[in-house]
Design a protein around this ligand. Structure first.
Ligand code: AMP
Length: 273
């Protein structure tokens, strides 16, 4: 079901709430692929009513060119949703519906979580993400909301957002869906040629290597190996490779016993991040 207005959305959601059904929200920026569908399937495991929002949120882009080139195809997205599950409610608001006349981000204090990586390289990005997600939670009041581990820093930021804003929603992280060569499925992959998609495999290969050797090597050694893998691969440019404990997401070279770590990579092929 395709819904654009707040009023229609309320009608549908009230029906669900009236009959005590649980609502799940999957926020997306469209250009849907199987990664998004895996979140939607997970949502149906927990919720009776699933809303997928499709909204390319201007305030989370720090790069005007990236925003302009972001793939948009609502018709195709709706067909994909319908084929996957005709009961899914697609909420496709306009920029004015979300921001009225003030297209700007609220400022949040996410503490150390946003000091590095995407927070460092995409100034203002997480305030934009926080603004749209807070707004969607207010509009939809979901019982559950689903986010991909592909954007692990974002997942942690959303959990913090819920803590700060005290919105009564449970955040559920979902595993990364990947191409056959290991590259995480992403809307931006549509802008890569076949050759470039093959080159991008170095991202997954590096993460896999690090995971395999994490216990026997130092973080500095692992970083050197990943950086040289990227230097040896043509056309791809490493923006950062970091290893950080999952509680603070502060990149480190020091392992501490009992802490859990993740590896993070951002890279460019031409202008595609
Ligand atoms: P996006 O449309 O890129 O903003 O993504 C919407 C949601 O889908 C976010 O929670 C992403 O983390 C998640 N997502 C995107 N790609 C994948 C993937 N390959 N596997 C799992 N989740 C994904």
């Amino acid at each position: 079901m395709f819904i654009t207005t707040q009023k229609d959305l309320d009608v549908q959601l009230q029906k669900a709430r009236g009959s005590n059904q649980k609502t799940g929200l999957v926020p997306t920026m469209g250009a849907l692929h199987s990664g998004h569908l895996s979140l939607i399937s997970k949502a149906y495991e927990k919720a009776d009513v699933v809303v997928v929002s499709i909204f390319v949120n201007p305030t989370q882009f720090n790069n005007a060119d990236d925003l302009e080139k972001y793939p948009r195809n609502t018709e195709e997205d709706l067909a994909i949703l319908k084929k996957h599950n005709p009961n899914t409610i697609a909420f496709v608001p306009s920029v004015a519906d979300i921001y009225a006349k003030n297209v700007s981000a609220e400022k949040f204090d996410f503490g150390p979580l946003t000091k590095s990586m995407e927070g460092e390289f995409r100034a203002g990005h997480f305030n934009g993400v926080g603004t749209i997600i807070k707004r969607l939670f207010d509009l939809i009041k979901p019982d559950y909301a689903f986010f991909g581990e592909k954007d692990f820093q974002q997942l942690m930021v959303i959990k913090k957002l819920v803590e700060i804003t005290q919105q009564p929603v449970e955040i559920i992280g979902c595993e990364t869906d990947r191409e056959a060569n290991g590259l995480a499925k992403s809307s931006r992959n549509k802008r890569l040629s076949k050759e470039e998609t093959e080159i991008a495999q170095v991202i997954f290969d590096s993460l896999t290597y690090v995971k395999k050797h994490f216990n026997e090597m130092t973080i500095s050694e692992l970083k050197n190996i990943v950086e040289s893998k990227f230097e040896q691969t043509p056309k791809i440019e490493l923006e950062y490779f970091s290893i950080a404990p999952i509680d603070t997401l502060t990149p480190t070279n020091q392992k501490e016993a009992g802490k859990k770590y993740r590896g993070f990579i951002a890279a460019f092929i031409n202008e595609v991040r």
